[in-house]
Design a protein around this ligand. Structure first.
Ligand SMILES: CC(=O)SCCNC(=O)CCNC(=O)[C@H](O)C(C)(C)COP(=O)(O)OP(=O)(O)OC[C@H]1O[C@@H](n2cnc3c(N)ncnc32)[C@H](O)[C@@H]1OP(=O)(O)O
Ligand SMILES: O=C(O)CCC(=O)C(=O)O
Length: 386
């Protein structure tokens, strides 16, 4: 079942509760967070154990359904972090290649879930793995079988799925499921899909298999969130995301964007506590040293800030005029900023919020002075008018 919604994000203001899935039974999209694995693959990023534990704890509080805590075979420190995180309550998984060494590394951590992957596109099979489709299929069966025989729940990803021959991909999915994988994740490994191709791709997979499907979209063309949403509209059951969209190259689909889009644009829901999003976003930004651009959707400093006089005038009368999302959903407040583009409504609003009342003529005069003198710092303005 796909989940289209006729709505759009403005509904975050009106009828918010039903759009947020609080009142009705909706298809629940499973949110799989890979900040600690694909997010950490961002060039130059390496979380220390304490940061990993802190992020995992926040992800548990956020309500994500599965946390990819790392790639156990990478190093003994990585494996140690996975073990430590496993001491918490939550659903944790580790990535592994289709080989015994990686699977044993996951078994050694004591976690219950393994994310096995192997590339299935001809370009990866020929030039990277230097093998054949038949051998890939054998590795899939053998690895899933081995992991299952050690009691692990298996999520399987055919890497570079979106460049894989569709008939072969369907065989891979059916084989992985019949070998015991509980879900297949479809990665758009190099981010070459667009919302229409992604919709059609997932629609075909859902029609030709009985598998539970999630998607993992990269942002090389800036479409990771849109592609994830298109996949969900086509019937995908889950999405792999990272906080702030960090990850390989241009990153992954951003958790905050996907979650709000699912609630705003579809009839599906998630189990995410949206009020936790700003806190984890700030922490991941600090720990990864990947600063969030001001105009980043949902978590950027400007996402709920307004300077333009015409906008502020509209907003003060009714926030829906210029705000698609109620910042209260994230536990945030809107910010009115004074600047070159301010009008009298903004200035009056700011002054009144500091208990300063001025006549309309005075407000107009002050605004002219502010613009002439290029003074936009709120404290300086307050000093000037008091
Ligand atoms: C699309 C993704 O994001 S996949 C995840 C990518 N993440 C990472 O690579 C980060 C962690 N990686 C690492 O720390 C290291 O690369 C390790 C520990 C995994 C492997 O290191 P090395 O053994 O030195 O191998 P190296 O990185 O040079 O090459 C990768 C090897 O894995 C093989 N391989 C790649 N993918 C798979 C797979 N899914 N299943 C089995 N083998 C695989 C390659 O063919 C190559 O094998 P070879 O050494 O026999 O030629
Ligand atoms: O899809 C996954 O999560 C595993 C491999 C991967 O990260 C990718 O293909 O981009």
């Amino acid at each position: 079942m796909g989940c289209f919604g006729g709505g759009y994000a403005r509904f975050f203001h009106t009828g918010m509760h039903s759009r947020l899935g609080l009142n009705s039974v909706k298809k629940r999209i499973r949110i799989f967070d890979t900040t600690l694995r694909d997010g950490e693959q961002s060039p130059g990023v390496s979380f220390n154990i304490n940061q990993k534990i802190r992020i995992a704890g926040m992800l548990v509080d956020l309500g994500v359904d599965m946390i990819e805590t790392g790639f156990a075979a990478v190093s003994s420190e990585e494996s140690m972090a996975i073990r430590k995180i496993h001491e918490m309550d939550g659903n944790f998984i580790s990535l592994a290649r289709c080989n015994r060494y990686d699977i044993d590394s996951v078994i050694d951590t004591g976690i219950d879930n393994i994310h096995l992957f192997i590339a299935t596109s001809d370009i990866h099979i020929k030039y990277k793995l230097k093998t054949s489709r038949e051998n890939i299929m054998e590795k899939i069966v053998d690895s899933i079988d081995y992991a299952r025989s050690h009691g692990l729940n298996v999520l399987f990803s055919p890497e570079d799925a979106t460049r894989t021959d569709m008939n072969f991909l369907i065989d891979v999915i059916n084989t992985a499921i019949s070998s015991g994988a509980y879900e297949i994740n479809i990665p758009d490994t190099i981010g070459i899909m667009n919302p229409i191709s992604m919709y059609n791709f997932i629609h075909e997979i859902k029609n030709r298999t009985k598998s539970c499907i999630s998607v993992h979209c990269h942002n090389d063309f800036g479409m990771a969130t849109a592609n994830t949403l298109a996949a969900i509209m086509a019937g995908a059951d889950g999405a792999q995301v990272t906080v702030n969209g960090i990850g390989e190259r241009a990153g992954n689909a951003a958790l905050e964007e996907v979650v709000l889009s699912v609630h705003a644009f579809t009839d599906c829901s998630t189990g995410i506590n949206m009020r936790m999003i700003p806190k984890i976003s700030k922490y991941v930004s600090m720990a990864s040293k990947m600063y969030i651009q001001k105009n980043k959707a949902i978590v950027g400093e400007n996402a709920f800030s307004h300077e333009s006089g015409i906008h502020v005038h509209g907003l003060i009368n009714n926030p829906e005029t210029y705000e698609p999302i109620d910042p209260g959903i994230l536990g945030l407040n809107r910010r009115i900023v004074l600047g070159k583009h301010s009008g009298t409504t903004s200035l009056k609003y700011i002054l009144e919020s500091h208990g300063i009342k001025k006549s309309d003529d005075e407000i107009s005069g002050i605004l002219v002075r502010i613009k002439d003198m290029n003074i936009y710092d709120e404290n300086e303005i307050l000093k000037m008018v008091r």
